[in-house]
Design a protein around this ligand. Sequence first.
Ligand SMILES: NC(=O)c1ccc[n+]([C@@H]2O[C@H](COP(=O)([O-])OP(=O)(O)OC[C@H]3O[C@@H](n4cnc5c(N)ncnc54)[C@H](O)[C@@H]3O)[C@@H](O)[C@H]2O)c1
Ligand SMILES: [Zn+2]
Ligand SMILES: [Zn+2]
Length: 428
Amino acid sequence: MKAAVYEGPRSVTVKDVPDAKIEHPADILVKITTTNICGSDLHMYEGRTSFESGRTLGHENLGQVVEVGEAVTKVKAGDWVVLPFNIACGFCKQCEQGLTNYCLTMQPEPDKAGAAYGFAEMGPYQGGQAEFLRVPYGDFNALRLGEDAPGRQLDYVMLADIFPTGYHATEMAGVKPGDQTIIYGAGPVGLMAAYSAILKGAGRVWVADHQPDRLRIAEEIGAIPINTAEQDPAEVVKEATLGLGADNGCECVGYQAHDPQGTEDATLTMNGLIDTVRFTGGIGVVGVFLPEDPGGAEAQGELEAQGKVPLDFGMLWFKGQRIGTGQAPVKRYNRALRDLIAGGKAEPSFLVSHELGLDEAPSAYEHFDNRDDGWTKVVLHPGNGNGSRGTSTTAHQTLEELRQEARDQGLEGRSHMNKEQLRQALGH
Ligand SMILES: NC(=O)c1ccc[n+]([C@@H]2O[C@H](COP(=O)([O-])OP(=O)(O)OC[C@H]3O[C@@H](n4cnc5c(N)ncnc54)[C@H](O)[C@@H]3O)[C@@H](O)[C@H]2O)c1
Ligand SMILES: [Zn+2]
Ligand SMILES: [Zn+2]
């Protein structure tokens, strides 16, 4: 089968790899129709993790079950499923408490916890940027989707990671109705955190980044953009809150945070949040920070290469702030978020900018890694190069082109629309 394989820093190729297959009676085998490139893949792509050459990437996966192991009873061949990026057993000490993000069974190293598809330090599992994916403990891990799944893959695939992850950031930060919330990072995760805060009824949500194209999307979903090349988020937020600061904040950037000129400094967002969030406020950190950063010494310094980030800890303590960190436990949220999508209350596909075939993965990685203008979220369709057969993705115009046309016409609410709705609104 074909897969997107990591060959070394900034090199991904699509090539034949051994077929994924059932290896354990509780496994299921999924034909992947939609799989995303994530900001987390970029840490690996850039060679900034211990990810081994030759492994397949891809942890945001959706598809159709083609085979189930003997011990699988709930999931059936033919089911449409979305797979949490966390691989969990369901029966260990951590899973019993809902901490599937730190499963003890699926992580082979005894001094570590947590597993994922195609991910550094998260077990030997192959990724889903491939034609097929082996899913361990299929009954526990797969979330089944309804009949609308084939036509709404772009919405449902966001349940594999970034929608629950953005939501988790707001949970750790303690976002409640009426809150004033600041999000650092307008990448897919930051946009999903902002979207989640808005869904929860936050009174005001700011999103800080230096990428104008991403800030524009933040504004379209009802957040207030702060361009960090022009404004200091702490100043903007304090001025708007009688000097108090935001009630809470989310870190959606990670250890490769940089200034608008591109100079990396892992302290920027955390210290920015400590400054911007009020006394006793909560901070949810889903941006990735690692104990070891192979490229860190060159990019930032010796300390940063060992995951040691100089934090304004004195100020954090003085302000009595709380911090929550880590990988998101996707299963805690994915069922409820699925039903928000199914019920028409959430359409996380608004951030998809590109739908491409698996063969186009190498150039997609390059563009997304450059944060090229308009490359917000890339979705790959293995197989026929168009996973949503016979549905909204078959027309000639890409989503991006439709969005541009809608922007040109000043169409309201366009960021919430999928291709079909955009086409209708544009009178095609
Ligand atoms: N905890 C989890 O479970 C989990 C899940 C998915 C992704 N992540 C992590 O979340 C982070 C974001 O993911 P993404 O897909 O949105 O990545 P991304 O790289 O596409 O987006 C990051 C955004 O941060 C912006 N940025 C950089 N420095 C900044 C700064 N100093 N201030 C404000 N904005 C800044 C960039 O311009 C970019 O738009 C990554 O670290 C990713 O690994 C974590
Ligand atoms: Zn991801
Ligand atoms: Zn477990």
